[in-house]
Design a protein around this ligand. Sequence first.
Ligand SMILES: [Zn+2]
Length: 67
Amino acid sequence: MAQTRLDVLSCVEHERLAFELLEVRTRGQYLTQLRGISREEQAEWDRRERAALALLVDHELEHGCGR
Ligand SMILES: [Zn+2]
């Protein structure tokens, strides 16, 4: 039961990609709340978030560590 969770946690690359995605999301939300960003900036953050998510999903599919 706990084994599955440990396997996922032991994948350093997955952890790194998940952290990057979280960071992009957090930063984008923080900036939006802090000063209200322009539509262009919002689009840029959306693009970065999608790119980070795509990397994570690709890694999970390739490595099989997502589930
Ligand atoms: Zn992995």
